[in-house]
Design a protein around this ligand. Structure first.
Ligand code: FAD
Length: 327
């Protein structure tokens, strides 16, 4: 669907793409690889910093983009492992201020083995460890890592951030780009951006919150930055039940309605596949969706609560003011 440009549509920066391709990755070196959870949790997520100096990635990635990692070894088919993408978690100037050290937020993917193809034992249920996320989380400072990229040309901060306000919605490792974006907006060498910035983070438990200390500090130091958490498996307020991000938006409509109605606001969502559906429903139910999504006629007669993931993918289109990255 072609969007008609309005004065409030963001002007996005030019990006460099695929300077390093998966068939010829370059070598980065791990600088640090620390846990970034709030407390003892039943997931494992790290903040991994990789030195890419001297490679084409140096100084050529933007916050919001991702980069590729190729784990060593071969897959079950005997071919080298495929590239996996990881979001840039630092500002565009890198962890070092000069674009030499890029960071990301890998979460160990752990599951039970399931039969994938004919010939696999149907009853096998041994531990399955995701190839690349566990490779990344295992790395030690000094270790080498094969990287590619950068990737992504839409999930970006606008050229003139002060022209906009921002609603960032994250679940899980979807927080990675918002760490970089919040730092880029609020800790810019030229001074903090005065725009209103609201970050909503959804996680099952408080202990799963990522970079929580950083966001609390930024909220203390910048009155234009608000940090909201939606914890789904712990009691919320007077209720014995938890709360998800869409319900939190509903609950705090006096804050979010004026923000989402403002022609300045840009909406960003990053995280688990399907998280966008719940947010779209809340926006539609509160008559706030128009600036962020267009819904094809095929779905107009169906209650948004009944929309399937497939229908959303096909018939819900984001406008220039809504950036979504789900995986
Ligand atoms: C733009 C983008 C940005 C991303 N950013 C991040 C990020 O910042 N942090 C992050 O952690 N991830 C991120 N991801 C996801 C990341 O790319 C990987 O998909 C993720 O780390 C899992 O990769 P893996 O190699 O560990 O798992 P894989 O080995 O690729 O397994 C992937 C899936 O296949 C299933 N699977 C495969 N084979 C079997 C089997 N035999 N039995 C059971 N299950 C099986 C697993 O359950 C798992 O869900 C991003 C993805 C995209 C597209």
């Amino acid at each position: 669907m072609s969007e008609q440009a309005t004065t409030t549509d963001p002007v996005m920066p030019e990006v460099k793409l695929n300077l390093v391709r998966p068939n010829a990755p370059v070598t980065g070196r791990v600088v640090s690889n620390d846990m970034c959870l709030k407390g003892k949790a039943n997931v494992w997520v790290r903040h991994t910093e990789i030195d890419v100096s001297g490679t084409p990635l140096e100084g050529n990635f933007l916050v919001g983009q991702s980069f590729g990692v190729i784990a060593p070894g071969v897959a079950a088919n005997g071919k080298p492992h495929k590239v996996r993408l990881y979001s840039v978690a630092c500002p565009s100037w890198g962890e070092d201020g000069r674009g030499r050290i890029v960071s990301t937020t890998p979460k160990r993917m752990i599951d039970e083995y399931k039969s994938q193809r004919s010939g696999d034992h149907p009853d096998r249920h041994t531990l399955f460890l995701g190839v690349c996320s566990n490779f990344l989380c295992d790395l030690q400072p000094g270790d080498e890592v094969q990287v590619t990229g950068p990737a992504g040309k839409r999930f970006l901060l606008p050229v003139n951030p002060a022209d906009h306000d921002f609603v960032f919605i994250a679940t899980g490792t979807g927080i990675a780009p918002f760490r970089g974006m919040a730092m880029e907006l609020l800790e810019h060498p030229d001074g903090p951006c005065p725009s209103r910035i609201h970050l909503l983070m959804g996680s099952p438990y408080t202990s799963d919150l990522l970079y929580d200390d950083l966001f609390r500090r930024l909220a203390r130091e910048h009155e234009n930055f608000s940090y909201h958490t939606a914890i789904s498996r712990e009691p919320h307020g007077a209720s014995t039940r938890g709360i998800y991000v869409p319900a939190l938006i509903d609950e705090q409509l006096e804050t979010f309605r004026p923000l989402l109605e403002s022609p300045r606001t840009l909406l960003y969502m990053c995280g688990l596949l399907g998280m966008d559906a719940g947010v779209y429903r809340t926006l539609l139910e509160n008559n706030l969706a128009g600036q962020y999504i267009r819904v094809d006629d095929e779905l107009q007669a169906i209650d948004p609560k009944q929309w399937t993931g497939k229908q959303i993918k096909r018939h819900v289109h984001t406008t220039a003011r809504c950036m979504v990255e789900v995986y």
